[in-house]
Design a protein around this ligand. Structure first.
Ligand SMILES: Nc1ncnc2c1ncn2[C@@H]1O[C@H](COP(=O)(O)OP(=O)(O)OP(=O)(O)O)[C@@H](O)[C@H]1O
Length: 275
C-alpha cells in the first residue's frame, strides 16, 4: 500500500484579479497581458511524506510565500484543496475548516518558521514564555510541564537554558531563528513549514541553523516543507525538490537527480550558478 502523505496539496491557485478567458494563453511571467490578473500560484499540487524534507526553490515572485502562507492560513487561496494526515483523517480540505479548527491546525499539526523572526516571536516575552504561549494555545495549563518542555526544546536548538528567561530581542539573528524553531516544535507538530529561514543571516550562522534543522529532523522524525530561493540551502536539506517559476511548478524530483540532471532551462541555470 502506498504511504499516506502528511500533507497533500491539490491544484492550489491564488490569483489577484478576476481572470479572463485569455489568461491561459497570454501570461507574461505570472500576469495576464489582457486583463492584468496576477496568478501568484498557478495549479500547484504536491505531497509531503512522513519524515521527508521537501524543498521548494524559485526566484523572488515565483509564488513560494503564497504557497506557505496559504498552508498556514495567512492567505486563503482562490482555488485548490489541501489535506493533512492528522486532520479529518486526511479527508477534509483544510481551507474549508472553521476558524477554531484552523487555530487547532496551526497550534497542533503545523509549525511555522518565518524569514523574519518578528512574525513568529514575541520579542519582549522571554524565550521560555514564547514556547509556553504556544503550549497554552494548544490547551495545556501545567506550569511545571511547560517549563520542562521549554528547557527540552531550547536545549534541542542549542540555546543555553540559563538564557531562557531572556527576551529574543536581546538575541542575535541566528539565535532568534533557533527560538522560533523551538516555538514551532512546542506541540509536536507533524509538519514544519520553513519559509526562507536562513535568508539574511551571515554564512556561518546560516550553516549552524541548517545543521540544526538536520538534527531536529533526525531527532523528531518530523516532515518539513522548506522554501528557499537558494539552491545551496535546498541541496543541504531536501530529500525531494520542487522548482517554481512564475507561480508554476516547472520541475520536481529527488534533489540529487535535479542537481545532476536538471531538465528545465531555468533549473539548469540555477544548478550552474552553484558550481
Ligand atoms: N496582494 C497582491 N496583489 C497582487 N499581486 C500580488 C499580491 N501579493 C503577491 N503578489 C504577487 O504574487 C507573486 C508571487 O509572490 P510570492 O510572494 O508568493 O513570491 P515568492 O516566490 O515568495 O517571492 P519572495 O521570495 O520575493 O517573497 C508575485 O508576482 C507578487 O508580486
Amino acid at each position: 500500500m502506498a504511504e499516506t502523505p502528511v500533507l497533500q496539496v491539490e491544484r492550489l491557485t491564488m490569483r489577484y484579479g478576476e481572470g479572463c478567458p485569455h489568461c491561459k494563453d497570454h501570461l507574461e511571467k505570472n500576469r495576464c497581458t489582457v486583463c492584468g490578473t496576477v496568478w501568484a500560484a498557478n495549479d500547484i499540487s504536491l505531497e509531503v511524506y512522513p519524515g521527508e524534507v521537501l524543498g521548494i526553490v524559485g526566484e523572488s515572485g515565483s509564488g513560494k510565500s503564497t504557497l506557505m502562507q496559504s498552508l498556514y492560513f495567512d492567505l486563503i487561496p482562490t482555488e485548490g484543496k489541501a489535506y493533512l494526515q492528522n486532520y479529518g483523517e486526511g479527508k477534509k480540505n483544510i481551507w474549508d475548516a472553521s476558524p477554531l479548527e484552523k487555530r487547532k491546525i496551526r497550534n497542533n499539526i503545523m509549525g511555522m518558521v518565518y524569514q523574519n523572526p518578528v512574525r513568529g516571536l514575541r520579542m519582549d516575552y522571554s524565550a521560555a514564555s514564547n514556547i509556553a504561549e504556544k503550549i497554552i494555545a494548544a490547551g495545556s495549563r501545567n506550569a511545571g510541564q511547560m517549563t520542562a518542555r521549554a528547557e527540552e526544546l531550547l536545549e534541542a536548538v542549542e540555546i543555553l537554558t540559563s538564557r531562557m528567561k531572556e527576551a529574543p530581542k536581546n538575541f542575535s539573528g541566528g539565535m532568534q531563528q533557533r527560538v522560533q524553531i523551538s516555538k514551532a516544535l512546542a506541540n509536536n507538530p507533524s509538519l514544519l513549514l520553513l519559509d526562507e529561514v536562513t535568508t539574511g543571516l551571515d554564512l556561518s550562522v546560516q550553516a549552524r541553523v541548517l545543521d540544526l534543522i538536520r538534527k531536529i529532523k533526525a531527532k523528531y522524525g518530523i516532515s518539513i516543507l522548506l522554501v528557499s530561493h537558494d539552491l545551496a540551502v535546498i541541496r543541504m536539506l531536501a530529500d525531494r525538490t520542487i522548482v517554481m517559476l512564475d507561480g508554476k511548478i516547472i520541475e520536481s524530483g529527488l534533489t540529487d537527480q535535479i542537481l545532476e540532471d536538471p531538465q528545465h532551462a531555468y533549473t539548469q541555470q540555477l544548478v550552474h550558478s552553484l558550481l
